[in-house]
Ligand binder design. Sequence first.
Ligand SMILES: Nc1ncnc2c1ncn2[C@@H]1O[C@H](COP(=O)(O)OP(=O)(O)O)[C@@H](O)[C@H]1O
Ligand SMILES: [Mg+2]
Length: 644
Amino acid sequence: MSATNKFLKKIKEHKESAKKEKFNGFLAQYLQLIEKDTVAPVLAHKRLYDGIVNYGIKTLDESDDRCSKIFDGDPVKVYDYFASEFFGMERSLEKVMRFLDSAAMRGEESRQVLLLLGPVGAGKSALVEHIKRALENLEAIYVLEGCPIQEEPLHLIPRSLREQFEELYNVRIEGDLCPVCRHRLLNEYDGDYTSFPITQLSFSIRGRKGVGVVPPMDPNTQDTSLLIGSEDISKLDLYPEDDPRVLSLNGAFNVGNRGIVEFVEVFKNEIEFLHTMITATQEKSVPSPGKQAMIYFDGVILAHCNEAEWNKFKAEHTNEAILDRIVRVNVPYCLEYEQEVKIYEKLIRLSDYDYHIAPHTLEVAAMFAVLSRLKFSNKADPLTKMKIYNGEEIIEKGLIRKIDIKDLREEAEEEGMTGISTRFIMKAIDAALADSTKDMITPISIRDSLIKQVKEQITNPDDKKTYLQFLQKTLHEEYLSILEKEITKAFVTAYSEQAESLFNNYLDHAEAFVNNTKLKDKVTSEEMEPDEKFLQSIEEQIGIKGSAKTNFRADITSYMFSKLRRGELIDWRSYGPLKEAIENKLVASVRDISRIVTKSKSRDNKQQKKFSSMVQTLITNYGYNEDSAEEVIKFASNNLWRDS
Ligand SMILES: Nc1ncnc2c1ncn2[C@@H]1O[C@H](COP(=O)(O)OP(=O)(O)O)[C@@H](O)[C@H]1O
Ligand SMILES: [Mg+2]
């Protein structure tokens, strides 16, 4: 079968399945579906909440590394529906979901606007878009056929019967028929609500079905018809003025009924324009464009804006009525650089990219972004704070430095609401790529590109200075240290075996030292004293000198012993300070040869061989290609191992 025929067949199947599934009936059949639990006539918040939760929820608890380190052991709920697209914003997502959950239970939140507040590029629009898409993935809802606001069929049931209905079905009916359906009921069906046809309808963002969007309007074009529809002038001749048939109920609150109404950059609008929003929350109804009664509205109102607009809005005390109707959720920038990297990876995947990204490129960019977003602390320098926020252990003078992430957070309220945006970084990536002759980006080229962009685009002189300092000093040094370790790993054949053997030796000797015993030589079985020189050669790598060594050795021995007793495995990476010491020792052990070998001029044959094998390891094990390996090695030899 040709591709076209195959595809036409698919189209036919698709059309048929769409037709088959659609319900067409009347109140009697609809009631049966409700009784059998085939249909749950729920309100908008609950439908949306259930729809998202159905994808699954995980609770990150203490067993999870990110939870214990980054969320300080507080359990965090992670919603599968968001997890593959949104990174490092679990806290905000949890708040959004908490809002929907309470609103689903018809609490006060069901009469509130959810406002996402955050800096540009923090993912507010993307988040709202994703939430709207959750509606599209839901099963079709049941609606009155031909209703311009796709209303709930139970609205047909007259007030006088509702109490009995609620008792029998345990479902509460909220809201009354819209003027259009009401008119049709009286005129087309003679008031017989059991013969009003009921059908199904799927949510559609592009089709404006169950999803209404209000873009920011300039004052001159602001017109409430965008929100509540209008009277169709061409029909005014045909019908009397108060006839609902003249209504065009196509405003955002009409199309968004039973789903979502989104206010994009909400506070760019004039305040008058937002009154409908208040009415919709307070009264769960919106005005009708004509002289009709108010129209019942059931929907989730999502708004977003940035901080400047919010502050301006908040300052006006005449806006209190609206403020009272708002649940605000901050959507700050991501402050974990490893999560930030995932954002870039997502955005890069979305473009048609086919270029090489050298290891640590996105990491360096993400580190810069996070550094720019952090508030200054007296407890830790910016780089340290950045690492703590990423859940890393900070080693200082041979000890894991205890800084409570919670303290840092509390000290810096509303953090992540300023700084470099995701877009700024993406633009720098594009620029670095455009400048590259080899279709690649590297930590070196991205840093250059960021420096250029900061110089050109950051206007605030203090910010500019701080950002350049991060790029030219902090991250320059940090990257060199990452690179030196990586090149060492590529240089030392069987790196982890060597590290492991240093570790085992160290433990044996330290234990003998602590217990005041002797060791047995594995080969000759001869007894020997712990090798003080060897122990010190490791310890000095992390600045342990003099009497501190005794404590360090005792700590390590008891740490490892207690781990073993709990049945846990230990290896050279088990204890942060020792891991660092071992890495530094290995780095130091090849420093001389690194310096000589990476300089192309001075290589002899043997060194050339060693060099090629190192390059090969970088390519096969660490994700470089020929060009990027060459570039970083050149960078290392110019900056790390300058002949002194
Ligand atoms: N934490 C995040 N996780 C995933 N993607 C993100 C995150 N923050 C920003 N983005 C991405 O960055 C881009 C810009 O975000 P956008 O939603 O336009 O921001 P805003 O509306 O807040 O200005 C989007 O493509 C979005 O997917
Ligand atoms: Mg936006």
